[in-house]
Design a protein around this ligand. Structure first.
Ligand SMILES: *Cc1c(COP(=O)(O)O)cnc(C)c1O
Length: 801
């Protein structure tokens, strides 16, 4: 009988398991030991469904998806798994009986932060939706030994600390050392013509590692479906370890899976990153091929049984690697192999910023991956031939895979895929109209949109049980399995009683955040103030600068004019900067210096506070987002591909204060213009200004007193004695022309903030607007996104048990 059938049984088994695992009385075990024991029990419990899922897929020959992503930002899984298994209450009550609080065990789990931000969190949300919707969808990534750095703030500046997420091991993973795969790097390739007249190549690598998988069950919500997230670790290959310099070899193996690259979007020339990319691609594909051939006689039907989605270009080597396998190992002719590759692979683009499109020097790729490089050359040669043949040689430079000494990874991805999608309507339109327009002339049907989503299970049900229970009381619980049913709330948005209850829930959540801030930062915040939140990676285009400039302006205005006071407001920021991104780090410093001043000024601090919450991560987001009144989504129009933070905030009842960018556009489509606060330049305005070279930030500085006051304060000692402290910021917005139109949008933003305040003063109408936002947020569940991918790109059927 399963250990979770009843509270009493759970208590008994839990004590027994813990005691058995550690060889001591339950009473003498630590919370860490109890956490690990509980994790083990849950994984074991999930095992029967895991097996059932694998068997069902095999039996019905269900098509499987493999989601290749360099990043998975999973966060904690204990409560998520308990809820999805439907045993949360049993465990909670059982622990209570033992005098324990489940929160104490939850806190022990480390936040699995194997990624930078939105892209990695999207992968995690997709895994949850795939399993919950009964699709066979597996994740493929690297088992980094350290997550993205942990951020501390010292003397107002970001300090990067190691993120040892494996400190107590990882209870969810299962090590499969017998499924190791060899991955080969470097060396050279030679070849000869064999008896059949076929050119046969042979790779003599100079570095070989064994990739070893660790599998984690991905448990669907109230369903048997349990998928696999496979993380590959690198181990020494005993048989091919080089003679000679052994220690260097050991170091190189260790380095391969040591950490997540903390660069959010800028390409850097670190070969190790390219090695990581090939490492998990090669290992992942090898396993796919092997398990396919266990069921089917050949690889001819690969596209019918396997879909591979590339989450951005990081895993794009799937394309040449699969060609290599088909041609070199299974003797396929090029054209037949190419059909199989194209039929199997699809690519998701995540950025329109040219500098963020991944490129590698041809030299590096050739040196590190000589056989793969040869295949890329052949792909490029044939592609050029095809383009020439269409009479389009003029556009070739824009669609080339190899050009000016570089491998253009996005172009490789497009050429080798049967689908290319953007992640919000506006973003997909920009891809088609602008970034990839030359590809569109060749193959328009390739391009499509799949607007991102977030799992409402984590971002509503799990992180906000107070709101979830209010929704249940109002519209029942259908929305849990069918998030579009949140629409039912529309019938009640005018109800003043519900409006008040919503405000009460929001207040509770603000108190939880306030307690966290008090405990971790010793700052008092007023839960009756407006909680205004901007949490996301720190990047110039996301314009945290616009937000803090407005805060500086409000403060200076209040100091100058004792009659000017705002409705009490707390501005929350949370953001990590890439360690080498100096401008971003200076912005963090500015926010913290402004916070120090403003929070400690008794003349103004009843009205204005600024809190920079360190170490933005899934766990921080889960506390911050439910407490938000205002969701700051203020990127320069045309720059944010989609955003998913915006969706999380909306679902938790916050007003979007945003530009018409990314998925904000679709949020407005859903809620109506009157239920969001939109400001700023549109994409067309920005394109026009750029095209005409008509934007001069100096003009705004000269003609706008408030802007001038704010900018001058960066250098005149107002905030800090060091006149150089904010030189990068000053130069960025003035001497370097303000690439992201911060000064141009300042006036509109500041007015929009005034409107937000006026809205908030009208409590009932505010609550009504928030209820409408929640009601319309079902569209942004990743369940909707996954259904679209499944039917339009992957062609998946649901698992039948
Ligand atoms: C959702 C999320 C993001 C993405 O936020 P955006 O506002 O869409 O950039 C980044 N980091 C974490 C931890 C998240 O949960």
């Amino acid at each position: 009988m399963n250990s979770f059938n009843s509270e009493a049984l759970f208590v008994e088994r839990f004590k027994e398991t813990t005691s058995d695992m550690y060889g001591r009385d339950f009473e003498d075990t630590s919370n860490v030991e109890r956490y690990l024991a509980l994790g083990n029990m849950i994984r074991e419990y999930a095992n029967s469904n895991w097996k059932a899922t694998k068997n069902a897929v095999k039996k019905h020959q269900t098509k499987q998806l493999y989601y290749f992503s360099m990043e998975f930002l999973m966060g904690r899984l204990l409560t998520n798994n308990l809820m999805n298994l439907g045993i949360y209450d049993t465990v909670c009550e059982g622990l209570k009986e033992l005098g324990m609080d489940i929160n104490d065990l939850e806190e022990i789990e480390s936040d699995a932060g194997l990624g930078n931000g939105g892209l990695g969190r999207l992968a995690a949300c997709f895994m949850d939706s795939l399993a919950s919707l009964n699709y066979a969808g597996n994740g493929n990534c690297i088992r980094y030994h350290y997550g993205l750095f942990k951020q501390k703030i010292e003397n107002d500046e970001q300090v990067e600390m190691p993120d040892c997420w494996l400190k107590y091991g990882n209870v969810w993973e299962v090590w499969k050392p017998y499924h190791g795969v060899r991955v080969k790097f470097g060396g050279y390739v030679d070849g000869y013509i064999n008896e059949q007249g076929k050119f046969v190549t042979f790779h003599h690598p100079d570095f070989v590692v064994r990739a070893v998988p660790y599998d984690e069950p991905i448990i669907g919500y109230h369903t048997k479906t349990t998928n696999t997230l496979r993380l590959w670790d690198a181990e020494v290959d005993e048989d091919t370890a080089p003679t000679g310099n052994l220690n260097k070899y050991l170091d190189d193996v260790t380095a391969l899976t040591a950490n997540v690259y903390p660069d959010d979007s800028t390409p850097e020339g670190k070969e190790l990153r390219l090695k990581q990319e090939y490492f998990f691609v090669c290992a992942g594909l090898s396993q796919i091929i092997e398990s396919h051939l266990r069921v089917y006689p050949s690889l001819d039907n690969l596209p019918e049984k396997v879909a591979i989605q590339l989450n951005d270009t990081h895993p794009v080597l799937v394309i040449p690697e699969l060609m290599r396998i088909l041609c070199d190992e299974y003797d396929y002719e090029w054209d037949d192999a190419w059909k199989i590759v194209k039929g199997t692979v699809a690519y998701t683009n995540h950025t329109v910023m040219a500098e963020a499109l991944e490129k590698w020097s041809q030299e590096t790729v050739q040196k590190l991956l000589p056989r793969i490089y040869m295949i890329i050359e052949e792909i490029d040669r044939r592609w050029k031939f095809e383009v020439d043949h269409l009479g389009l040689c003029a556009i070739y430079p824009n669609v080339a895979v190899l050009r000016e000494g570089q491998v253009h990874m996005a172009n490789l991805a497009i050429v080798g895929s049967h689908s290319v999608n953007g992640v919000a309507k506006l973003h997909s339109k920009i891809l088609v109209d602008d970034v990839f327009k030359d590809f569109v002339t060749i193959e328009p049907s390739l391009f499509n949109n799949k607007t991102n989503g977030i799992t409402h299970r984590r971002w509503l049900m799990y992180c906000n049980p107070q709101l979830t229970s209010l929704l249940e009381d109002t519209i029942g619980d259908e929305f849990k399995t069918d998030p579009e049913k949140l629409q039912d709330l529309m019938a009640y948005v005018e109800d003043p009683v519900l409006q008040q209850k919503f405000m009460d829930v929001k207040k509770q959540r603000k108190q939880i955040l306030a307690d966290y801030i008090k405990k971790t930062m010793n700052i008092d915040v007023n839960v009756n103030s407006i909680f205004d939140c901007q949490s996301k990676r720190l990047h110039a285009y996301k314009r945290q600068l616009l937000n803090i400039f407005n805060v500086m302006n409000i403060y200076m205005h209040m100091k100058e004019d004792p009659n000017y006071r705002i409705y009490p407001r707390t501005f929350f920021f949370s953001a990590k900067a890439a360690p080498s991104y100096y401008l971003a780090k200076e912005i963090i410093k500015l926010i913290n210096i402004v916070a120090d001043r403003v929070n400690n000024d008794p003349e103004t601090n009843e009205f204005l506070k600024v809190v920079f919450i360190p170490n933005y991560s899934v766990s921080v987001a889960e506390i911050l987002i439910p407490a938000a009144d205002v969701s700051e989504q203020i990127s320069t129009a045309g720059k944010e591909a989609s955003g998913t933070g915006n969706m999380k905030y909306m679902m938790n009842g916050a007003l979007t204060l945003g530009t018409l960018d990314g998925a904000n556009v679709e949020i407005v489509d859903q809620v109506g213009e009157e239920n969001a606060e939109i400001f700023g330049l549109h994409v067309e305005d920005i394109n026009h200004l750029k095209h005409e070279q008509a934007y001069h930030s100096w003009d705004y500085y000269r003609s706008h007193d408030e802007i001038r006051r704010v900018i001058d304060s960066l250098r005149n000692g107002y905030w800090t004695k060091d006149p150089d402290a904010f030189r990068l910021i000053y130069n960025d917005v003035l001497t370097q022309g303000d690439e992201f139109f911060v000064l141009a949008d300042f006036g509109g933003y500041s007015r929009a903030q005034t409107h937000v305040e006026a809205r908030y003063r009208d409590t009932n109408n505010w609550a009504r607007t928030m209820l409408i936002n929640i009601a319309k947020s079902g569209y942004f569940s990743s369940d909707r996104t996954i259904e679209e991918y499944a039917s339009q790109i992957w062609n998946l059927d649901k698992i039948v048990f």
